[in-house]
Design a protein around this ligand. Sequence first.
Ligand code: AMP
Ligand code: MG
Length: 509
Amino acid sequence: MSTTSFESLQWSRRFLDETPGEEQVGGRPRQVPNVCWSRVHPSPAPSPALRLWSEDMGLQLGLEPGHETVLSGSGAVEGMDPYSQRYGGHQFGHWAGQLGDGRAITLGEVGTDGGVVELQLKGAGATPYSRTADGKAVLRSSIREFLCSEAMHHLGVPTTRALSLVTTGEVVVRDVLYNGNPAPEPGAVVCRVAPSFLRFGSFQIHAALGDRDTLATLVKHAVRHHFPDHCVDDDDGRIAWLDCIAEDTAMMIAHWNRVGFVHGVMNTDNMSIHGLTIDYGPYGWLEDYNPNWTPNTTDASRRRYRYGQQHQIGAWNVARLLESIGPLMEDPERLHEVLKTYYAAYEKHNNRMWGEKIGLDEFRASDAQLVEELVALLQRVETDMTIFFRLLSSLEEPKIEHLSTAFYDGAEYPEEEWNAWLSRWWQRTEGEPNHERMRLANPKYVLRNWMAQLAIEAAENEDYSVAERLYDLLKKPYDEQPEFEDEWFKKRPEWARHKVGCSMLSCSS
Ligand code: AMP
Ligand code: MG
C-alpha cells in the first residue's frame, strides 16, 4: 500500500455528530453534565521521537512509520477533531461518578479496509476529565501498554491495538508506590486503536444521573455502528444486543485465563462494550499457577481482581451494564436473562479452551473432573504455568519427569500423584493428545512481568533494542523460535520475585 499522510486518511465524525457533546475546547477539570464528550486539544510535546511502531496497524491504516508530530499530540491535520469521552464507573466495587478520558484524547475516527477505527492518544495532556492528575503518561507504562496490547492480539485474545509509542521529551513526575517518593520519569504517548473506546461506564454515567435521553441516544449510536445486525427498538432487541456484549465479555475472560493474563483493574470503566481487553495498567501474567495472584498493589489486601475471580467480576460488571440499560426497558426484570447468557457463554468458552489446552478433540462433561484435578495439582508446589502447558503440548509419554523444568528449583513435586494424573489424561486421549491443537492454545512466549521490566529499564537508558526484540518474539507466541529460547523461555528469575514492576505494580502511570 502506498504511503498515506494523516491528512489523507478517511476521517469521519460519527460519534461527534450523533451524540451530544461540549463544544467549548478544554478547560479545567469539572463535571460536564448531559454530554458524551468534550472537545480538547492535545498538549504539544517539546521533542517527540518515535520509538515503537506496529507494522501491522500501520499497514491497516496505510501509514509508514513516522508522524511523530501528530502521534505525540503536537500537531493537528485537517479532518481531525480531537475529543475526550465522558464516562463513569464502579471502581473496586463502588460507584465513582464521573471519570472520563483523563489522559486519553481521540484524534478522530478513520475508515480502513477493516472498518472504521478510532485513533486515540494516551498521555497527550489534561482534559476536563483529568480530575487532580496531569493527563500525561510515562515511558514505563506506555511500553507496557504497547507491547501487551500487541502481544495479546498475536495470542488471539480480543484487545485494543497500539499503532505507535512516541517519547515526548518531557519529564513527568510520578510516585510509583504512592509512598511519598515522587521521581521524574520520561513522558510518552501511545496511539491506540479500536472500533470504539466505549465502555460499560459510558452508559452507566447517564443512567446514574437520570439522563435517559442521552442514554437512549448513545445506545442508538453504538448499536447502529458497532452492532449493525441488532435493532434495539423493543425489549427483545435490547436483550439480544446485551446478550452479544455478555458473550463477547465472557469469551475475552476465558481467553485471559487460557494464557494466564490478569487485568488487575476490572473496574466498569475499563470494560469495553466490544469485549476487548482495554486499559493496560497494573496487569500481569501468572508465573507460578496461583489463582489468588493479582499484580495490582492497590488491590493487595482484598484481591478483588485476582486471576481466579476474573470471570465472576466479569458477571458483576455485566450486571452493572444491565442496570444502566434498565431505564430503557419496558420490563427491566428481563435483564436477568442476560446474566444467564454470560454464565453459559463463559462455561462454553472456558471448557472449549481447557479442551484445547489438554489436547482433547472435544470437551465432555466428564472431563471437568480431569481439569479440576489438574488445577489442584498445579498449585501443590510452585509451577510455571506457561512452561508446564507448553511442555505438556509435546509430551510423548505420561511421565512427570519430562515436565520437571516447569517446577521451581528445589520444589518437591508430588511425583506419584502427577504420574497418576498424567496416566488418566493419557487414557482419556487414547495415548494421542492432539499436540498440534495444544500448541495453538498454550503459548510458548507471553509478556512476563520481568520481560517487560527489562525492556523498560533499557528504554529508560535510551536503548529500545530489548523492547524491539520482545515485540518480534511476541508476534509469534505459538512458534518455537529456538533462537529466543535461552533468553525468554524460562521461569521468573529470582531478582524479579519481589521487584517493583514485576510482582508489584500500581495504577501510577
Ligand atoms: P484507569 O483505571 O487507569 O483506567 O484510570 C481511571 C481513571 O483515572 C480514568 O478516568 C483515567 O482517565 C484517569 N486517569 C488515570 N491516570 C491519569 C492521569 N495521569 N491523568 C489524568 N487522568 C488519569
Ligand atoms: Mg481506564
